[in-house]
Structures are given as structure tokens and as C-alpha cells.
Design a protein around this ligand. Sequence first.
Ligand code: ADP
Length: 386
Amino acid sequence: MAVLGTAAEEVVGAKEQGRVRPWLWQCALVATVGIVGVFQVLTPPKEIHWLYILQRAYYVPIVLASLRWGWRSGLMISLLSGVAFAIGTPPVWNVRPVDVLDQFLSICVFCLVGLIAGVLTDKQRRQQRALETATDGLRQANRELQENFESMVRADRLSALGRLSAGLAHEIRNPLASIEGAVTVLQRESSSEERRLEFLDIIQKESWRLNRLLNRFLNFARPREPELQAVSVGELLDSVISLARHVDGSGRLELKKEIDPTLSTVECDPEQMKQVLLNLVMNAVQAMPCGGTVVLAARRGEAGIVIDVEDHGTGIRQDNVERVFDPFFTTKDAGTGLGLSVAHQIVTQHGGSLTIPRNSTDGSTFRISLPWVAAHQHGQEQNSYR
Ligand code: ADP
């Protein structure tokens, strides 16, 4: 019976049949052919309808063999069925040539059915194997892609860390050099009280600068989770405006507030949001060295609240737009380059986004979009937040 299936086909057969061995199936099919033949022999010639049924019963093992092991096995069982059918046909059938022809055609149809079913099965198996190979290939490609991506992310993180460290070192070096210089001068010179105060002032200012830088860096490196609460939009903008006036100190700063009257509260961490807004406002002020108006406008957006900080300053150079959110990117002599990256991080932590929808030589607009967080967290209270 080995001829009924090649080794490869047997393996496929074994897989498909679970624990039942292929040759057991083959024996069962041959036995079925034999049993149908025996029944055919034992059926009296006058029971013609039974003979017709038995003749068609041969198709069962033929089709099963073709489906299990392909066209070779199908053909073998077909020929075997043909022989059994010929032997089992009562002699009375053979007297007329038309009966002989019928018998011959039946055997041909057996073979044809076995062959066609087997060829189709083989074709389907080949397609399945090709599909499996393609799937394996894709799986492998996906694994490699994943590995490449992970190593790229690792490399990217390392290079970001490198840039960050280099930036931090650079930012610390300048104030340190100033402090060192001032201390050296103070140590050496028997200078006037006025000179001493001047250098002490330098030391104090540079220490503040270092402190500010470190605070910002810590905020950037270890941002704390926002403590969300419902905050009045008007009060939030008012406190930012008064803080900005205090920080600016020039008295020339003009700040305008525009709030959609239907907006009452926004859910955010008030301290963090003030920090973000103050940073945007101070950047806007610094972008207008000759003075001008900074507008803080709050309105309803598509998915939440939108707060715009608009200025009519110098705008951001087109080739810098992509870099302004990078840590340590600054175009200012005394800048830290951490303000926007920290702001971006804080807004992202609130589930929102910080974008620049307008930028030209006529100034720029920074946009904070915050989702209606309250709608998710406090269910019923959501209406009072809008
Ligand atoms: P810093 O203010 O310390 O430079 P930031 O991260 O806040 O750091 O800003 C990065 C850079 O983005 C600034 O140096 C400036 O070049 C640019 N920038 C930010 N806001 C504005 C603005 N409103 N108009 C023009 N340029 C801006």
C-alpha cells in the first residue's frame, strides 16, 4: 500500500488525521472497496436498484483517497474499484455490448473522478504550502523589522541622551565660567565696594540662572503627574497675565484676554498649566523686542478647550520650526531651550497637544488643545466644566 502515498503526502496525511496512522486509513479504504465488491457479488441480479446504489458507493473511497493523498492515490483506488466493480458485476450484465460499454464507462468515470479530485486536492495543498511559506517569510520579516525598530529606538534614545547631556553641559558651563571669573576677581582685587557688589550681583544672577536651568531640567527629566482639578478659565488666564507682568517688569507689556463666555472651567493641573502659559507668554514677549500686544484667547475646540497665545513678533525661522520643541534648542543668548519642550511634555501629559498653527514674519500663535478630561473622569459634572 506504500504506493498509495508518497512520504511527504503521508506526513501531511498524518498531520491531518491526528494520531491515526496513514496506512490504517489506506487499509480502511481498500477494505471499503472490497466490502462494496463483496456486496455487489452477493446481491441478486434482480435487485437492480441495489446494484446501482453499490456501483455509486465506490465513489466514497475514491474521493476520500484523492482528498487525503492526492491524484496518485485517487487513481489507484479508482482502478481498484474498477476491478472490484468488473468482478462483482453479475454475468447477466455482460451479455449485451451496451452493458459492457456501460461497465467500461463506469470504470473510466471512477478514474476520472479520482484523478480530478486528486489533482484539485494537490493544487489546493500546493497553494496552502505556498501560503504557509509566505506567512513564515512575513513572520520572519516582521520579527526582523521589530528588532531593527527596537535597535533604532535604542540608538535614537542614546543619541537623544547624548544631545541632552551635551546641551546641559553647555548650559551649565557658561554660568559656571561667569561665577568662577567673578570669584577670581573678588579674590584678587582689593576693589571698591561698588565693584565688589557688581561681581556679587553677577554671581547671584548666574546662580539663579543655574537654579532655573536645573529646575527646568528636572521638570523635563522627571515631570510629575498632573493633579487634575476644575479650574476657572478666567482665573487661570488672569493669574498668568499678572505673573507675566511681574516677570517682565518693564511696564510696557500689553496682554489681552479673550474668553468664550460659554466656557467656565477647564480640568487641568493649575500650576503646570500656568507654567506652560507663562512660558508661552514670555516667549511671545521676547519675540517682540519693540513691544506689542500678546493675546490669550480661550474657546471651545472640536474635542475640548483651545487656548491660543498670539503675538506679532519676529516669528520663528522656517528651518527652526521643527526644532523649537527639542530640549536645549534656543536662539536666545540667555535661553535654556527647555521651556517649550517642558511645556509640550506637560500638555501631552494632560492628553492634549501643543502646536503652532500660525507662524510668519508677522508673529506666531502657539495653541494648547486640551480634551474635556472631566467628561471621562467625573461623568455627571461634565456640563459645569464647559
Ligand atoms: P528659550 O525660551 O529658553 O529659548 P524655549 O524652549 O521656550 O526656550 O524656546 C525655544 C526657541 O523657540 C526660542 O529660543 C525661540 O527661538 C523660539 N520661540 C519660542 N517661542 C517663540 C515665539 N513666540 N516667537 C518666535 N520664536 C519663538
